[in-house]
Write a protein that binds this ligand. Structure first.
Ligand SMILES: [Zn+2]
Length: 102
């Protein structure tokens, strides 16, 4: 699986609602789809880091490092909350809040 990712510009998938929900509920890595233990890594922009809200699903740390691009930051945590927006939420994308930064 990992080898296949190297051909593309990035190993990141589009973080669709269905995909990130599957990752959250099944606790699988957003890159290699393997089961997640600890630590859990989140890959995002500096803005996402400031808000502590990430749109890409949780990943293995090694997988996050593999697909990291440009100004991406990696946050490592022992756990996370999965946020499913309600109707009034200005951000209608499901997202993740690391809750036990390591
Ligand atoms: Zn992985």
């Amino acid at each position: 699986m990992k080898e296949d990712l190297r051909g593309g510009a990035t190993g990141l998938r589009e973080p669709t609602r269905a995909w990130v929900t599957q990752c959250a509920l099944s606790r699988i890595c957003g890159v290699c789809e393997g089961g997640l233990g600890r630590p859990i890594a989140f890959l995002g922009s500096p803005v996402e880091q400031d808000r502590n809200q990430f749109h890409q699903p949780p990943m293995h740390l090694a997988c996050a490092e593999d697909v990291r691009l440009g100004d991406h930051v990696i946050v490592v945590t022992a756990g996370f909350d999965f946020i499913r927006p309600d109707r009034d939420d200005p951000d209608q994308s499901p997202r993740f809040e690391p809750n036990s930064a390591l």
